[in-house]
Write a protein that binds this ligand. Structure first.
Ligand code: TXA
Ligand code: MG
Length: 441
């Protein structure tokens, strides 16, 4: 199968039809889409209607791998492309509340038949505040349900989300289908936040990737269940716990995912729990915000331990063998180089783009330079990414940075963790802990 990447400009593709008020999100209406974009979107919509191969598309969180949620064969195509068994339920993406209501009414009901709103009251304040946007809500499946059984993996509830990306909303509208869509990565890999990432993972496995540029949120949606008491967060994401708690009925929302505190604090230098999630190829060493370093970066022990990563410091004849590449992801604490001795650090985004032909979608600068030992000898390269101190910016660049360092052949990646109480830092740290091979707590 040949995979094509088709660019769609981030133009104003449509709008919600109604002015602010209770019916604000009822109907997404497609606007005057530029000719070239319309061709790409119409083709993608046709694939979604007629074929059983999923289409990759951008959302504001991460790229999704979409299929018509009502057709079993199409939904099965998602699992085939990702190469994993269909054990995990999928999120259903809708373009407006009209489409959502039709999924909440049994059989052929279109949801417009008057009477009570089938959307549970508990979700009203969340929809009002966070939709369209990075929030997924669990809803009861009616009997019979219009959704293919593969979407819910046998559960009585389904997850629904209205993305804020106009491209995603317009695609759903043109396909005239709710789209089941997991993140468009190969399983175990970090979620894709640019079209290039999807291509890296799924080249030859799908026909079409719509390229709408880099995702703005960068971590997946927050998944909540408001059908139980108290309501719970099943997965931290682009909407923070604090924001949820500000909504009526959600003041006591609880975490129903494993947090750092529940996992138990690992002793310093103890291997962290080894997950197979969000993992780049390189070894990832995470420094928790609670880890007291007393310096400006990676602790000396870790710096000294680096030659052991692949044991290629030099051969017995003194020839430099394969040199080491150290990746550093800095956030709120570390100084440039994270304590490693380095020289000639310089921005290298442009070189990389030229080599790979990848779009310049990196929301940060990669600095590359020489790695030195105490004697000043060249012992490898250092790749330094500064995601800055702002939590939203860190979230935006996180998955991308892990992938970028992998693409450049890092042997080990050191990451400066952040305090997970702040804003959406909980989502960032949740993903980092799953990606980490070791953690320093
Ligand atoms: O931001 C996002 O949510 C992205 C974009 C593409 O929209 N999608 C995404 O999907 O992250 P995926 O499949 O990678 O993750 C879906 C998460 C899983 O943790 C899954 O267990 C949970 O949502 N989920 C979905 N339906 C559920 C259900 N019926 N009950 C419980 N959990 C559910
Ligand atoms: Mg995923």
């Amino acid at each position: 199968m040949k995979t094509r990447v088709v660019k769609v400009e981030r133009a104003q593709l449509g709008a919600f039809e109604n002015s602010p008020g209770p019916t604000r999100l009822d109907n997404w209406s497609v606007g005057a889409v530029p000719e070239s974009d319309l061709a790409a979107l119409a083709e993608a919509a046709r694939c979604l209607r007629e074929k059983d191969t999923p289409v990759a598309f951008p959302t504001e969180t991460v790229y999704g791998l979409g299929a018509d949620a009502r057709r079993s064969a199409a939904v099965k195509g998602i699992y085939a492309a990702k190469g994993r068994p269909s054990d995990n339920p999928l999120i259903v993406h809708v373009c407006d509340l009209r489409m959502l209501r039709s999924l909440l009414t049994p059989g052929d009901g279109n949801g417009d038949s008057g009477g009570e709103d089938p959307i549970p009251d508990i979700y009203r304040p969340l929809i009002e505040r966070f939709w369209p946007g990075p929030l997924t809500i669990l809803l009861p499946s009616p009997t019979p349900s219009k959704l293919a059984p593969e979407v819910t993996a046998g559960l009585a509830n389904f997850g629904a989300r209205m993305p804020s990306s106009p491209l995603a909303l317009t695609l759903i509208k043109l396909a005239d289908a709710p789209l089941a869509a997991p993140s468009a990565n190969a399983s175990t890999k970090p979620s894709p936040t640019a079209a290039q990432h999807v291509l890296d993972d799924l080249d030859g496995r799908i026909e079409l990737i719509l390229d709408g540029g880099a995702c703005t949120v960068g971590v997946e949606s927050t998944v909540v269940d408001g059908l139980c008491d108290p309501p719970v967060v099943l997965r931290p994401g682009g909407v923070s716990l604090q924001e949820l708690r500000e909504c009526p009925g959600w003041e006591k929302v609880a975490k129903a995912y494993k947090d750092h505190s529940e996992e138990g604090k690992a002793a310093p230098r103890a291997p962290g729990m080894k997950y197979k999630h969000y993992s780049p190829k390189a070894k990832v060493v995470l420094y928790e915000a609670s880890f007291s370093q007393g310096s400006d970066g990676v602790v000396p022990e870790d710096r000294d331990a680096v030659p052991a990563v692949n044991g290629t410091n030099g051969d017995v004849n003194g020839n430099a063998a394969k040199r080491r590449k150290i990746g550093v992801i800095r956030t709120q604490r570390w100084a440039e180089g994270a304590g490693f001795k380095c020289e000639n650090l310089a921005p290298s985004n442009a070189t990389q783009d030229a080599v790979d032909g990848a779009a310049a979608d990196l929301p940060y600068v990669v600095e590359e330079g020489d790695l030195k030992n105490d004697g000043g000898e060249n012992i490898g390269r250092i790749l330094d990414i500064n995601l800055g101190t702002d939590i939203r910016r860190i979230a935006q660049g996180l998955f991308s940075a892990l992938r970028e360092l992998d693409r450049r052949g890092a042997d080990v990646i050191f990451v400066d963790g952040i305090n997970d109480e702040m804003d959406i830092a909980g989502a960032v740290m949740n993903r980092l802990r799953k990606a980490a091979t070791e953690s320093r707590a």
